[in-house]
Write a protein that binds this ligand. Structure first.
Ligand code: AKG
Length: 290
């Protein structure tokens, strides 16, 4: 029995994204939420990014507005390495199966991270394409954004430029700096026709890796936390180091390893490996350069 209807599949290929409700089971959702709440409590005692990923960069990253009274944990990198709740979702949930249905191919996990906008947190995501950060030999890759909270108009939902996955791969460089964001002209054009990724907790937005997307600050009293995973066709070979390195990178999550590589033509400048805790640090360079 397919998990996605034909209408949902058509929306993904036409718009570059589709949001599907009840993608996570209530058990998967509550386990992930409980783990994230524990991390938020832990973060209160911290004053700067902390913990360590396998490359030594911090695993837990906070918005500059973070305080003990008003925690603003905005990123947990590779949570699958430190939490069974998230590893279970990557290994066993319906989400990777949905990706397999869209490409009709075996799927492997590339990386995962949590992006959170806690209530009244000014974190903004500038317009970008994920492919510019994780080029592969072909672009059969999905960024799966799983909602750990209800996502509404008020709490900084993701917006996707409709159909932009069919357009060019834009530069994410400004002069000689990789800023992880497209320039102002491309951003203005992207704003003209957008699809919002909204829905109840437990939904997933399946977004094509080339789709242009962005999100605004959370000015509401409700949190907006997403578990974001990149799932790639198993024959898409990574062309640059994983910016969110993981001991689980390359793990097969749907079907058998084809032991094959498939290449499609494209041209782009290679991304720069992040020096800071997360791409928020790279994107803050866009502000200072722009
Ligand atoms: O958190 C968001 O709103 C978007 C996240 C995103 O675009 C990313 O992490 O690549």
């Amino acid at each position: 029995m397919p998990l996605l209807t034909q209408t949902q599949q058509d929306a993904f290929w036409t718009d570059g994204c589709v949001t599907v409700e009840n993608a996570l089971t209530p058990e998967e959702l509550s386990a992930c939420r409980a783990q994230f709440s524990a991390w938020v409590e832990e973060s209160r005692a911290e004053t700067s990014a902390y913990g360590a990923m396998i490359d030594g960069r911090p695993r837990f990253d906070m918005d500059p507005s973070h305080t003990n009274e008003h925690p603003a944990l905005r990123r947990v990198s590779s949570p699958t390495e430190v939490s069974d709740a998230f590893l279970t979702v990557v290994r066993n949930s319906r989400v990777p199966q949905m990706c397999g249905e869209l490409f009709d191919r075996p799927i492997r996990f590339h990386h995962g991270k949590l992006n959170s906008k806690l209530p009244k947190t000014p974190t903004v995501v500038e317009w970008h394409q994920d492919f510019a950060f994780t080029p592969h030999s072909n672009d059969d890759q999905i960024t799966a954004l799983m909602f750990l909270d209800d996502v509404t108009d008020e709490n900084g939902p993701l917006r996707v430029a409709r159909g932009s996955h069919k357009g060019p791969i834009h530069s994410h460089w400004r002069d000689d700096r990789f800023v992880g964001a497209v320039d102002a002209e491309v951003s203005a054009a992207a704003e003209r026709d957008v699809v919002y990724a909204k829905g109840p907790a437990g939904s997933v937005c399946l977004m094509h890796v080339r789709a242009l997307h962005a999100s605004t600050a959370n000015n509401s009293n409700a949190p907006r936390t997403l578990f974001i995973c990149n799932f790639a066709a198993a024959d898409a070979a990574a062309l640059s180091p994983n910016p969110v390195p993981s001991e689980h990178m390359g793990m097969m999550v749907v079907g058998d390893d084809p032991n094959a590589v498939r290449a499609t033509p494209f041209e782009m400048r290679m991304p720069e490996y992040p020096k800071g805790a997360s791409f928020f640090v790279q994107q803050s360079d866009a502000e200072s350069a722009g």
